[in-house]
Ligand binder design. Structure first.
Ligand SMILES: [Zn+2]
Length: 198
């Protein structure tokens, strides 16, 4: 390697005076983690992690009661919001069918062409569908909380990370699977274990 002489102390090079260089040296260089090498016994068949390390990596199989309670509150709140939104949408749909517009949209509607009107109706209908879908997903999530299976990935069986569930409380798979259709690294370990257990 042509950079073999590099020591990592390049910052002390150049314009610094010797006195400041002296003080800067008191700063600890980043400590390299020493990873014990088990190469001698490693064969092709030997897994990279021990069973215990694997278990730790895979994490718990279910959330605790208090974690589930937290998720339940979050989902119930979302459910409430979704129901309110659905009510609003349905109201506006009803107004469309009776030809009567309410509040701020009333002036605008007078000048709307029929095509736009139909498009608005279609849009509202799609919104209702989407919100209804979401409502069902929220209800499913609540059922999983009751069954204490909430957060378990459908694909690998591991707990979906809390951060993901915080962002998407209705998630039923790890983000990686959702995005790539492939199980994540933890998931692959878990699936391999299941295979071995058979
Ligand atoms: Zn998964």
């Amino acid at each position: 390697m042509h950079m073999g002489k590099k020591t990592g102390k390049t910052s002390t090079r150049g314009t610094r005076s010797s006195s400041t260089a002296g003080t800067s040296r008191t700063k600890k260089a980043p400590v390299k983690k020493v990873v014990p090498v088990r190469a001698s016994r490693a064969s092709a068949k030997r897994p990279l992690l021990t069973r215990a390390e694997e278990t730790k990596l895979l994490g718990p199989k279910a959330f605790t009661e208090s974690e589930l309670r937290h998720f339940k509150e979050v989902i119930q709140q979302k459910r409430k919001e979704t129901l309110e939104e659905l009510d609003t949408l349905k109201e506006s749909m009803m107004d469309v069918t009776t030809g009567e517009y309410v509040s701020e949209s009333s002036n605008y509607s007078l000048h709307m062409e029929q095509g736009t009107d139909a498009m608005e109706r279609e849009k509202t209908f799609l919104f209702v569908q989407r919100e209804t879908n979401y409502l069902n997903q929220l209800d499913d999530a609540l059922a999983r909380i009751e069954g204490k299976t909430y957060g378990q990935c459908k694909v690998c069986g591991l707990l979906v990370p809390k951060e993901r569930l915080g962002a998407v409380p209705t998630a039923t798979t790890c983000a990686e699977y959702k995005n790539t259709n492939m199980p994540c690294e933890r998931g692959r370990i878990a699936l391999a274990r299941k295979q071995q257990a058979k």
